[in-house]
Design a protein around this ligand. Sequence first.
Ligand SMILES: C[S@@+](CC[C@H](N)C(=O)[O-])C[C@H]1O[C@@H](n2cnc3c(N)ncnc32)[C@H](O)[C@@H]1O
Length: 371
Amino acid sequence: MPDERADRATTLRDRWRDWRNGLSINPAFQRWAARFPLTRPVARRRAQALFDLTAGFVYSQIAYACVTSGLLDALAKRPHSISDLERVVDLDMAGTERLVKAAVALKLAEPAGGDVFALGVEGAALLGAPGVAAMIEHHRLLYADLADPIGLLRRGGGGGALSGYWPYAEGGEGGTSGPYSGLMSASQAMVAAQVLEAYPIRRHQRVMDVGGGDGTFLRAVAGHAPQLALALFDLPPVAERARARFAAEGLALEATGGSFFTDSLPQGADIITLVRILHDHDDDKAMILLRAIRAALEPGRTLLIAEPMAQVSGCERVGDAYFGLYLLAMGSGRPRSVAEIRKMLGVAGFTSSREVRTPLPMIASLIVARA
Ligand SMILES: C[S@@+](CC[C@H](N)C(=O)[O-])C[C@H]1O[C@@H](n2cnc3c(N)ncnc32)[C@H](O)[C@@H]1O
């Protein structure tokens, strides 16, 4: 009986999908829906969404030009005339006007009377969200790799501009960690805010951030719960960066350099945090890492995983579309759903795990597991 019901549900869903797609693909229906008053708003929304899908790369490149030319920073200080802006963006009048009009269309800028322009609402949001401008600049590498998406998929990822930026992604533990550590630090505040809002880290005594970069997450933890002892584990040059940074600021940090694939992790933390780490690694390596963490934790201690996850309701694009292709270009890893990560945690020997809701899951979802 249960099988029959499942079949019936599938059949209904299939029929509904066929009916919906049959209408959507039909130009005569599209014309009718755009004219009929009750369907017109939906038709317009769908047409706009389709256009955005078609034109998304152009919008991203306009944002890139606005950030890298200094246009947004200049408008954030005060409104400017086109002739002022010519000097800022280092373009002739025609180029400046073209860029400013495009920025206005995307609400990055807005008219402020005559030929004067001010920062727009999206421009303000962009500059107000830490790390977004740095991420837009960084996307130059991703978009170079994505110029041939089928080629990238066919070769199984990596081998392009982005994999050079993340030397550890293709097995190298040398390379330059400075640029990626800087980018991670610039975008970390948004992630730390999700974690600290959603999880009561204060109840712990000693936190070890594995893959903790230059320590930006731990600095946020220190600001939030100054009584916690802080430890960090990362590749040797990165751990050294964190150590130097904390020492310069007079903050206590135990930073250990090593590889979580080949070295054992220091013991003694009652919570290990793994922030934007797991999705960087293919399944076999992710399992090695989870097992190493399990071995470093006493029974009953906590692992907290924070990263954007796949198939999160309302944020599907961030997971399998954005991170699916970003990590492919990087050369390792994949976005995973909450269910997939929880299953891996079970296999790695964690006794239980649960999802903890965050205010903005597109920035990070959380899973808390018990050793
Ligand atoms: C995507 S970054 C995230 C950094 C930080 N957790 C954050 O969210 O800002 C990944 C970090 O993992 C570190 N990492 C990569 N491979 C590693 C390895 N085998 N052992 C230790 N750390 C590693 C990198 O050096 C980098 O700092």
